[in-house]
Ligand binder design. Structure first.
Ligand SMILES: [Fe+2]
Length: 480
């Protein structure tokens, strides 16, 4: 699509240069802070200066074709977003964990000039790679009222998503665990998102907007105290990024989009649009949480309050758009609308990714059953399938990751602990198996002296047929 106004990000600017940048990414990821996680690092203990990136993935990731809307949950998206968030936060001061010389060394190593310099060289490439698909979703000339309506849509879509999601979590008796995963995505990343916006605000990014027509993601709905209580009630109590390994690629992308725009004064209007979109999303999330966790919220909000908040937000965005158009013209207005459109689309992709992860996590016994049926089908229909066998030693641990296809994991010998959520521990012994759909975040560690397991790729139509059963009424009894 070519539009009169430039895209916010464009991977075309880097065409033919991937190899050169992959070499830089490898150099960057070789820093100590980014090495893969060990078994005791599944949750990081107040260790902001530790960001497992799985650098071994950069031996085969080529960064040739930018991330698209339909593969935001896959490895190239996960790897580029983990790397970007690491780069951005090299500018954030977090004190060393203790007076221990080892902690001091990690603190100073993390902020080394050469690592920061590499990060600065890399980030425009990675941003174009990770965000090109968000860069040009609209020509930006749709008019103020139509553009402001986007926020209503975000609010309503988000609300519908949460209604559906909380209903599923209750049905599957997975509310507490599901909330834990949700709070890691939304609450644990909120400080980073707010920091990006606060830094931009301090740097004058919103000076072009009337003071009463600026966006914010620090409002009282949801109220931070309530969020903290909900997070605490499901075990999300540690310092920021302790749960680094459990961030979905799209959760990081939502944070990174704000950081990426907040580093570019010439895209200040796009940042404003993106933060307005983020505000609508945050408001809907807050309302849904208040409803789902009514037992943790003493004061009850009236439905009318929510309606007026929603309309105030849309009205404030319309005022901002009008002010931008009048003072800075069509180019600025179009940029702001493009920012809101990027935020809207990314919010939708984030809901999809999170929804798929929760669908899987909340029905793991069903996915173990699907795995057995798939395994039986392989024996009959394609016994010569490539089983991709791995033999791993004791405590061999895989940093959480995603695959670009559906995988069956079957244990031939030994024991493995498998997880896809904070606190989840699926014990897998000889003969056990689980289906991991395309793009689902997971990790594992070997508990026995050695573990031999297979990981064949499963055709999409096989998996789709089984997953449909999740939506059908449950059979009276599921065979064990
Ligand atoms: Fe895996």
């Amino acid at each position: 699509m070519t539009h009169r106004h430039p895209a916010l990000f464009d991977f075309g600017d880097f065409s033919g240069r991937s190899e050169e940048y992959v070499a830089l990414i490898r150099q960057f990821a070789a820093a100590q802070a980014f090495r893969s996680a060990t078994v005791d690092e599944l949750v990081l203990d107040d260790d902001y200066h530790r960001r497992p990136l799985r650098p071994e993935d950069f031996d085969f990731l080529k960064f040739m074709k930018p991330v698209r809307s339909d593969n935001v949950s896959r490895l190239p998206s996960l790897a580029s977003n983990r790397t970007l968030l690491s780069i951005y936060e090299l500018d954030v001061a977090r004190m060393p964990r203790s007076a221990d010389p080892a902690d001091w060394q990690r603190f100073t190593e993390f902020y080394r000039d050469d690592v920061k310099t590499l990060g600065a060289q890399l980030s425009p490439f990675l941003e174009a790679y990770a965000f090109s698909y968000l860069g040009n979703l609209t020509a930006g000339d749709e008019g103020v009222d139509a553009a402001a309506e986007r926020l209503l849509r975000i609010f309503d879509d988000e609300t519908a998503f949460w209604d559906q999601t909380f209903a599923r979590l209750m049905r599957n008796d997975y509310l507490e665990e599901g909330l834990r995963f949700i709070m890691v995505q939304r609450w644990a990343l909120a400080p980073s998102r707010r920091r990006a916006v606060a830094q931009a605000l301090a740097s004058g990014f919103f000076d072009g907007l009337p003071v009463d027509a600026r966006p914010t993601i620090e409002g009282d709905l949801p109220d931070d105290e309530l969020l903290k209580r909900i997070a605490g009630s499901c075990g999300v109590t540690r310092q920021q990024h302790a749960y680094w390994q459990f961030y979905l690629p799209t959760s990081m992308a939502k944070t990174n989009l704000l950081y990426a725009l907040a580093r570019r004064p010439d895209r200040a209007f796009a940042l404003a649009g993106a933060v307005f979109a983020a505000e609508a999303e945050w408001l809907a999330f807050g309302v849904a949480l208040e409803r789902a966790c009514a037992h943790l919220q003493p004061a009850h909000r009236r439905a009318g309050d929510v309606e007026s908040r929603k309309h105030e937000l849309v009205g404030r965005f319309a005022n901002a758009l009008r002010a931008i158009g009048e003072r800075f013209g069509d180019a600025a207005l179009a940029q702001c609308v493009k920012g809101a459109a990027a935020g809207e689309h990314l919010a939708e992709r984030g809901r999809w990714d999170l929804g798929e992860q929760l669908k899987w996590l909340s029905a793991i016994p069903r996915f173990c059953d699907f795995a057995r049926r798939i395994s039986a089908r392989i024996d009959v229909e394609c016994p010569d399938i490539d089983r991709e066998t791995f033999v791993e030693p004791h405590e061999m641990c895989s940093t959480t990751h995603v695959h670009n296809d559906h995988r069956l994991v079957t244990i031939q010998e030994g024991e493995m602990l498998f997880w896809g959520n904070l606190g989840m521990q699926l014990q897998m012994n000889e003969g056990d198996m689980v289906l991991i759909p395309d793009g689902r975040l997971h990790g594992s560690t070997v508990m026995s002296g050695v573990c031999t397991y297979h990981q064949p790729i499963i055709p999409d139509d096989w998996v789709q047929a089984l997953v449909l059963e999740l939506e059908a009424p449950k059979p009276a009894r599921v065979a064990a």
